[in-house]
Design a protein around this ligand. Structure first.
Ligand SMILES: NC(=O)c1ccc[n+]([C@@H]2O[C@H](COP(=O)([O-])OP(=O)(O)OC[C@H]3O[C@@H](n4cnc5c(N)ncnc54)[C@H](O)[C@@H]3O)[C@@H](O)[C@H]2O)c1
Length: 239
């Protein structure tokens, strides 16, 4: 039980990678608060669902205060909530740009600004920002998304320094998944998905549990000497 007695907050926890992480963390003994804009449906009493828009700064503070009151501390934060609004740069609207920045980048800041310093005061913690292969290499038609996914790598590296500057082991890392079969790929044409699979060394797309296992490793003490790192989980892909 690698996460016994740990309290974990996972954003975007209603489905896809976030849901898979919530279920995996509970198997390892964690209490999980899964946060999402959408209603959350978990039967496991170790998972509490909380409806929250991570782009709403005030609502994030209210959520943080309520969780500290209820659980006393937060040991693990996975900044996983994310959206895409793809368009070629010359056609990208302000709405498309702003939404993706607000959710994928500001949403990460909104919770970490409270939970990171709190980890310093409780003596440690693990924060994981979910980036993307697109944040590492860029991608046509995803300027907004690539900017945010590169941005959360910069945030992870900055917070790894900032929250540990007094010698407290708050570790902050990023995971950069390749293409993993979830709803976020629903709008990607089948032939493009096949092409992405063929671009990996393993010649296939990834499965949500493969990201959940990477997150479990970074959340647990097994990665106690890893911080400020970007873990690529992409089957050996270069975009
Ligand atoms: N699936 C992939 O291939 C892939 C690859 C690289 C990175 N990622 C990243 O992994 C993360 C999870 O993606 P997924 O594949 O599970 O997608 P998904 O669309 O299945 O899940 C994303 C979840 O985030 C929630 N969400 C969206 N906006 C929100 C907001 N403002 N506040 C709170 N919750 C919000 C959604 O309701 C949804 O439940 C995202 O950050 C995504 O960019 C996914």
């Amino acid at each position: 039980m690698r996460l016994n007695n740990k309290v974990a907050v996972i954003t975007g926890g209603a489905q896809g990678l976030g849901k898979e992480m919530a279920l995996r963390f509970v198997e390892e003994g964690a209490k999980v608060i899964a946060v999402d804009m959408k209603e959350l449906d978990f039967s496991d009493e170790q998972i509490e669902g909380y409806v929250l828009n991570v782009a709403d700064s005030d609502a994030c503070k209210t959520f943080y205060d309520a969780m500290i009151k209820k659980y006393g501390q937060i040991d693990i934060l996975v900044n996983n909530a994310g959206v895409t609004r793809d368009a070629m740069t010359r056609k990208m609207t302000d709405e498309q740009w702003n939404l993706v920045i607000d959710v994928n980048l500001k949403g990460v800041f909104n919770l970490t600004r409270h939970i990171g310093p709190q980890m310093e005061t409780i003596g440690g913690g693990s924060i994981i920002n979910i980036s993307s292969v697109v944040g590492e290499y860029g991608n046509i038609g995803q300027a907004n998304y690539a900017a945010t996914k590169a941005g959360v790598i910069g945030l992870a590296k900055t917070w790894a320094k900032e929250f540990a500057r007094k010698g407290v082991p708050v570790r902050v890392n990023a995971i950069a998944p390749g293409y993993i079969m979830t709803d976020i790929l629903k709008t990607v044409p089948e032939d493009l998905l096949k092409q992405f699979a063929s671009m990996t060394m393993l010649k296939r797309l990834g499965e949500p549990k493969e990201i959940a296992n990477a997150a479990l490793f970074l959340a647990s003490d097994e990665s106690s000497y890893i911080t400020g790192h970007v873990l690529s989980v992409n089957g050996g892909m270069r975009l």
